[in-house]
Design a protein around this ligand. Structure first.
Ligand SMILES: O=C(O)C(=O)C[C@]1(C(=O)O)C=C[C@@H](O)C=C1
Length: 361
């Protein structure tokens, strides 16, 4: 390196070394303090959850509020999610279940939401994610609930209906699909495998660029990558992370029809999340199949100034054109306006379930 450049850089690098030493000492002090918090939690209630989603959201939002830059608010979130993850991991080993195998978007969402200091529990399907968390094999589950191109993930909605678990958080990620094969070309390839949602999200691109490939649905994109890794006649639609995980080559990147394709994931668990100051509450409702019933059912929300941010319906499978309505509202179920609205709403519904309140992303 040029001598003059070295002379200029040296004091700045020395300063960075000294700052890093201070940051390291402070992070370790923070970790020891979190361990002390953990000791108190364990002493008070052996089964008590170490993971407090509302507290983590408050810590990050407070720091974003104090941040004077030049680092961005997203960077504050990324750095402190990781610091908190490590502190939490010292308090207790946190197991997180999601749809595997390695390299799935669910895995990406799990590690982004919970940080790297977790033990991943990949599951073969969404039912198994719920079952694993319900049975205590994992503390948290991560499941997709909606995609910006394809809409609701119906299996997740159906599982939420009967599960005793609560929604404790949400996290959305950008979905970038790639076409993957062993060779990096589609020569000799006859089939393309992917999760049905991914096939739907790439249908236009496939029609224009790979019309000869037979499209076949499988349980997950990562599963498609796993199969492609052992069969040169198979292409998979999956992430670049899956390409690395399964030793595949990328034929084409960003093949989803919508370049801003996002999927929102829910964190599910057995925790009663407290108000964080900026929350959402998810409900499942049903009313008899009568004129104006849905309108009447929802009136208590607007009457109490509670905003609805999502409304989705699923057939109740009674053969009577009856539906379950999946409704997200702003606020926490303990907020006074929400308490009143939910009390009134419950009286108008044939079915009423609070899926949980959790910090808004
Ligand atoms: O405040 C707590 O309850 C902690 O356990 C500390 C801490 C943190 O590192 O800030 C870690 C885990 C919890 O999910 C919330 C916050």
């Amino acid at each position: 390196m040029d001598k003059e450049l070295q002379v200029k850089l040296l004091p700045l690098r020395n300063r960075i070394d000294s700052l890093d030493s201070q940051i390291l000492e402070l992070i370790n002090e923070r970790a020891r303090t979190a361990q002390a918090v953990g000791d108190i939690k364990h002493a008070h209630n052996e089964q008590g959850p170490v993971f407090r989603p509302e507290r983590e959201a408050q810590v990050i939002r407070a720091l974003q509020g104090q941040n004077k830059g030049p680092i961005s608010e997203e960077s504050v979130e990324a750095i402190w999610s990781q610091i908190i993850s490590v502190c939490r991991g010292l308090e207790q080993e946190i197991r997180v279940a999601y749809l595997g195998p390695a390299g799935s978007f669910s895995e990406q969402a799990a590690f982004e939401f919970m940080g790297s200091a977790i033990v991943g529990v990949p599951c073969p399907n969404f039912d198994e994610v719920f079952r694993t968390v319900e049975a205590g094999g994992a503390n948290i589950g991560i499941v997709p609930v909606e995609n910006s191109t394809e809409g609701a993930v119906n299996r997740t909605l159906d599982l939420l209906l009967h599960s005793p678990l609560s929604i404790i958080g949400e996290h959305s990620i950008l979905i970038r699909h790639c076409l993957l094969t062993q060779s990096g070309t589609t020569e000799g390839v006859t089939r393309v495998l992917a999760h049905p949602q991914a096939l739907a999200q790439c249908q236009h691109w496939l029609g224009m660029n790979q019309p000869a490939l037979n499209r076949e649905p499988v349980a997950s994109n990562a599963e498609a990558a796993r199969i492609a890794a052992s069969d040169p006649g198979v292409a998979a639609i999956a992430s670049d992370i899956a390409a690395r995980a399964w030793g595949l080559s990328i034929v084409a990147e960003g093949i989803q029809d919508d370049p801003l394709n996002r999927t929102r994931f829910l964190a599910i668990g057995q925790i009663d999340t407290l108000p964080s100051g900026r929350d959402k509450t998810s409900l499942i409702l049903a009313v008899p199949n009568e004129a104006g019933a849905v309108y009447k059912m929802l009136a208590p929300l607007s009457e109490n100034g509670v905003s609805m941010s999502r409304f989705e319906s699923r057939p109740a499978r009674t053969g009577q054109w009856e539906y379950y309505f999946y409704v997200d509202i702003e606020g926490h179920q303990h907020d006074p306006a929400v308490v009143t609205a939910l009390e009134q709403l419950q009286h108008r519904c044939a079915y009423f379930k609070v899926l949980g309140s959790y910090p808004r992303q």
